[in-house]
Design a protein around this ligand. Sequence first.
Ligand code: BEZ
Ligand code: FE
Length: 280
Amino acid sequence: MRNLDQYNITQAVLARMAQTPDARLKQVMTSLVQHLHAFAREVKLTEAEWMQGIEFLTATGHKCDGQRQEFILLSDTLGLSMLTVALNNDKPAGCTESTVFGPFHVEGAPHYEHGDDVANGAPGVPCVVRGSVRGLGGEAIADAEIDVWQADADGNYDVQREGLEHAQARGVLRSGADGRFHFRSVVAESYPIPDDGPVGDMLKATGRHPWRPAHLHFMIKAPGYQTLVTHVFRNGDRYLDSDAVFGVRQSLVADWLEQPDGSFTLDFDFVLNPVQKTTA
Ligand code: BEZ
Ligand code: FE
């Protein structure tokens, strides 16, 4: 194939991939090339813009290390992460909705008993979180693993605090025989996603702010049920309708109730989706 032009180059690339042995890879690559070429044609991409795009992606890669995943941040801020969550978590009504995982989960967080303070010294207004883990029929799910993590009063996760040697405002609990759990922590506050890299530059250039509404992250695992990755958002937060990563679902918004002593309580019940049984 020679003398390819703007009219036939797309077909030439697709033909070159026609022998891809893996059918799914072939489908994904074919669609990717078609959409990428259509995009370049639609905006009539200039050579300078193409180079700017290459430099942006290069800088995005350079910003990544063991702690920082700038490509996921890019996916989050372009709505691709939440789209992928939505495409893959179409659950029956009544199940707790899923949302983005985010970059601040840590494997191996400390284990806590009911009533313990997972804040572990993190600054913030004290808060008691109570809830239950149930199935669609209301059945209690005992011994579910409840992994929780959150930002503190300054809008920081522990992993963002330089020199902090121990986990704060994160931990793992297990639901009781009645499916219930409770722990102490601090009230979560809204915070800006990391915006000191190329993704932050993109947000600025497109007139966007980097803020996420206050939330608690949960990942809940129980045998026989799909793992739930979600947040509980704080009602009244000013960023609920402009979350930088498009993660807010109305069903996940809850009231943190102020108590006479100035502390807060949050009650939230989670409903897990059973794993579909496959017939042999
Ligand atoms: C988070 O909620 O922790 C988060 C999600 C996406 C990007 C940055 C932070
Ligand atoms: Fe978060």
